[in-house]
Design a protein around this ligand. Structure first.
Ligand code: 4AZ
Length: 241
């Protein structure tokens, strides 16, 4: 996150760290992407995160990914589901995937605590200009990953504006959503991918976007691009219900 501030424990309780290690190896897991807890046993992330022959796990509850914290819950992933029409081209199309977690205390996987809670799926899209929040452990303006979970406020940008030639032109399709600050300075970045863009309404937070791509990070006229969760509701519900 560029232009962010440190998050307090429990402020973004749906945030997860998606971690990988080469399949079958005895290496430790390392943070690869963010993710979003939708249900006790389901995490939403970006499809481009789920590539290669890896074992996967998710860690949630804590704010520091470099040390073990009391509120951490670490859960193995038992199945990865990448969107059937995910495609990597000039842009990332249908960049969503679901991770099914291992039940620890059947039927529960993640246990709800002060530090771990699910985010809601939106029933309506939010309007352009709405102030929403991004969070993650990705690269910052110091060009290093952050060990502490950071967050930043960004504005939703209309697709009409984001499809203008000075911004992303025809790279943008309707399953994508832009958010940021067109002047630059505040954005998601590498390592935040798969993580949440959430918008609040009446005290409830709704997952509006999944960090997907952008040209660089926090550059003028190059806002972050997010998978537009509203357009994937049927896909998500068909997998998790
Ligand atoms: C990346 O490389 C990446 N500024 C993620 C988000 C953004 C750009 C790049 C958005 O994973």
């Amino acid at each position: 996150i560029f232009g962010g501030i440190k998050s307090s424990p429990g402020a973004y309780p749906w945030q997860v760290s998606v971690q990988a290690r080469p399949r079958g190896s005895s290496f430790g897991f390392s943070h690869l992407c963010g993710g979003i807890l939708l249900k006790s046993c389901w995490v939403l992330t970006a499809a481009h995160c789920i590539e290669g022959n890896y074992d996967w796990q998710v860690v949630m509850g804590g704010v520091n990914i470099d040390k073990k914290e009391e509120m951490d819950q670490t859960i193995p992933v038992i199945e990865t589901i990448v969107h059937e029409r995910y495609r990597e081209g000039q842009a990332l199309y249908n960049d969503v995937a679901l991770l099914k977690l291992q039940a620890t205390d059947s039927p529960y996987c993640a246990k709800e605590t002060r530090f771990v809670k699910t985010a809601c799926l939106p029933s309506q899209p939010f309007p352009a200009g709405k102030e929403c929040v991004i969070s993650g452990w990705g690269k910052t303006e110091n060009r290093t990953y952050s060990s502490h979970l950071l967050n930043a406020r960004v504005l939703l940008i209309s697709n009409e504006r984001c499809q203008s030639p000075q911004v992303y032109g025809s790279l943008l399709d309707n399953s994508m959503l832009c958010a940021g600050i067109l002047q630059g300075g505040i954005d998601s970045c590498q390592g935040d991918s798969g993580g949440p863009l959430v918008c609040e309404n009446d005290g409830t937070y709704y997952v509006t976007g999944v960090v997907s791509w952008g040209h660089g990070c926090a550059q003028r006229n190059k806002p972050g691009v997010y998978a537009n969760v509203h357009t994937f509701l049927n896909w998500i519900n068909s997998k998790i219900n």
